[in-house]
Design a protein around this ligand. Structure first.
Ligand code: NAD
Length: 337
């Protein structure tokens, strides 16, 4: 066994045999703790050589207290729980996993679209309430996708995975993305349009855009009013893309027909969310990436990236380096994979 201390700082995701095997094959063991705050992390990991984390708070204070850490491997696409600048200054490589759940998010977008358009939740509640004879009436207004228009807002990797899932349903697919790649459009049979046109002609509007200052509330009252009264809004991107209070009003007054939301503007939700009381809105609680298969990919990619950095190898997809500037201080071998 190598004389290295490897710590899984927090226990948001209990460690599995997948990470243990990868780290054991490297010649080390890993110990999991319940450390979230800087103080808790330093108690268990001040002398660690490498750290796995889901949600530990790696502030500047935490990072400066790490005596010999070479790598912090973060489970997930984002890394906002790690002070990247502090890590770079300290020569600690921060790895993350940008690619592990694209297909899962795409399939959830399809699921929400079908569940909303067929009014699945309403029928389910009706049957379970003992009103079997009313189930068909309860889904009045349910619509078939054939011949309808599916609008993708954002045409990045997840949106492009949605296309082959929905095309067999007979929909026309259009997309808005300021940086759209027309080769991908041709390849996938997707028409590029402006946002206003997309909102006006789409029967389904599905959001696949990162949340930034420029995209916050990109769907608010004016955009909702451009949409068809029969339209369904799907959001598997980020809650802040939508002005949730405006959406709630639009769902109540019939401005649009329904919404399927994996993400909310406030996560965790506020004490009272009126949107939860609406029959024409499905909320799934940020589960888009949560399949067994995706979680295994995430576990393996995070542990592998940690082992790669300790071996002097630059992690490659599905994991990546969140602070590439650190490579000026910590040269890692590029295997070209
Ligand atoms: P991506 O980077 O591959 O694609 C994002 C696309 O959005 C890019 O093509 C970009 O040009 C486009 N874009 C940027 N600004 C835009 C704007 N103003 N209007 C329209 N398009 C714009 O990202 P991705 O992998 O497709 O993921 C999309 C988003 O999905 C992520 O940013 C993330 O927030 C979200 N996501 C959610 C979950 C979940 O659990 N619900 C999981 C993974 C990702």
């Amino acid at each position: 066994m190598k004389d290295l201390k490897i710590v899984f700082a927090d226990s948001i995701l209990p460690i599995s045999d997948h990470e243990r095997r990868i780290i054991h094959d490297f010649g080390c063991e890993v110990t999991q703790y319940h450390a979230i705050t800087p103080k808790e992390i330093l108690e268990v990991a001040h002398d660690a050589d490498a750290i796995l984390t889901v949600g530990g708070k790696f502030t500047r204070e935490t990072i400066e207290g790490l005596e010999k850490c070479k790598v912090i491997a973060r489970y997930g696409v984002g890394y906002d729980n790690v002070d990247i600048k502090a890590a770079t200054e300290k020569g600690i490589v921060v790895t993350y996993v940008p690619v592990y759940c694209q297909e899962e998010v795409a399939t959830l977008a399809l699921t929400l679209m079908l569940a909303c358009s067929r009014r699945i939740m309403i029928a389910d509640r009706c049957v379970k309430a003992g009103r079997w004879a009313k189930s068909v009436a309860s889904v009045s207004g349910a619509a078939s996708p054939r011949g309808k228009v599916f609008g993708l807002v954002g045409f990045g990797s997840i949106a492009r995975q949605v296309v082959p899932l929905i095309k067999p349903l007979g929909v026309r697919v259009i997309a808005y993305d300021p940086y759209i790649n027309l080769d991908f459009c041709r390849e996938l049979g997707v028409e590029s349009v402006e946002l206003d046109e997309l909102l006006e002609i789409s029967d389904y509007v599905s959001l696949h855009v990162p949340l930034m200052d420029s995209t916050r509330h990109m769907i608010a009252a004016p955009q909702l009013h451009r949409m068809k009264k029969t339209a369904i809004l799907i959001n598997t991107g980020r809650g802040g893309l939508v002005d949730q209070d405006a959406l709630c009003e639009a769902l109540k007054d019939g401005t649009i027909a329904a919404a399927g939301l994996d993400v909310l503007e406030y996560e965790p939700p506020r004490e009272y969310e009126e949107i939860f009381t609406l029959d024409n809105c499905i909320t799934t609680g940020h589960i888009a990436a949560a399949t067994e298969e995706a979680i295994v990919r995430l576990r393996c990619a995070a542990a592998t990236s940690l082992v790669q950095v300790l071996s002097g190898i630059k992690p490659s997809l599905p994991s990546g380096i969140a602070n590439p500037d650190v490579l000026q201080k910590v040269p890692l071998k590029d295997t070209g994979e």
